[in-house]
Write a protein that binds this ligand. Structure first.
Ligand SMILES: Cc1cc2nc3c(=O)[nH]c(=O)nc-3n(C[C@H](O)[C@H](O)[C@H](O)COP(=O)(O)O)c2cc1C
Length: 213
């Protein structure tokens, strides 16, 4: 009789343990589902925050982040969508060493045939919906960095106001915007503006308000 009691107790304990574990499993998987959906919501929110109003687009190429910072400030000030121009083969710091005659940029600079840099994508979703397109780039040897040329040649800017902007160590925007307009052949290209590599975002935002977007 004692043995039967002990056996029943053991069965009860095993049952309790299993039941307990399965409840824990359920609640932890429930917690996972809840936190997963919270992450998805945050991602969706971030997506719609960067989606903009569908009228203004900021397209930019940035090798070391300076132009990107300006592009983001413009997008924030004009409720714009951002589109980054990305070479299929990104530029490393060795690639960008213009003091080395053999670096990638030096070779590309010396041979215009090499400047048709392949991009990961040249098509912007909902391209037709944008009235105003800011086009940003770093100045390379006094002109627009050539990955931007590949983008500009691949798109039709008909019916769009195009505003170039650039960052540089010291050079002005010069003819870089006009040269891109010549490549694009379409669009109403404005004079645009140069910012210093270390431009203050408030200076950028003040400039954007001039367009009344
Ligand atoms: C290959 C190369 C050429 C450059 N040529 C010039 C130039 O002619 N004039 C100038 O003021 N800055 C020049 N710079 C400096 C960049 O324009 C400047 O650092 C820019 O803000 C970089 O932008 P990013 O960080 O968006 O790539 C050059 C930089 C590189 C890598």
């Amino acid at each position: 009789m004692k043995k039967l009691g002990a056996l029943l107790l053991a069965v009860f304990m095993v049952f309790t343990l299993v039941a307990c574990n399965s409840t824990q499993g359920e609640s932890s998987s429930q917690a996972k589902t809840t936190s997963q959906s919270a992450t998805d919501e945050t991602k969706e929110q971030a997506k719609s925050d960067s989606a903009g109003n569908g009228k203004v687009l900021v397209v930019y190429f940035s090798a070391t982040g300076s132009t990107e910072k300006v592009a983001k400030a413009i997008a924030e000030a004009s409720d714009a969508t951002l589109f980054e121009i990305e070479p299929k083969e990104p530029y490393t710091s060795d690639d960008l060493n213009y003091n080395d005659d053999n670096s990638r940029v030096s070779r590309e600079h010396n041979n215009p045939d090499l400047q048709n840099v392949e991009l990961t994508s040249t098509s912007v979703p909902n391209w037709d919906s944008y009235d105003t397109v800011f086009v940003g780039y770093p100045i390379w040897w006094g002109d627009a960095a050539w990955p931007v040329s590949s983008f500009v040649k691949a798109n039709n800017f008909d019916g769009k106001t195009v505003i170039p902007f650039c960052t540089s160590a010291s050079s002005d925007i010069g003819d870089s915007g006009k040269n891109l307009a010549d490549l694009a052949k379409t669009g109403d290209w404005q004079t645009g503006r140069r910012f210093s590599s270390s431009a203050d975002t408030s200076e950028v935002k003040a400039w954007v308000t001039e367009f009344g977007l």
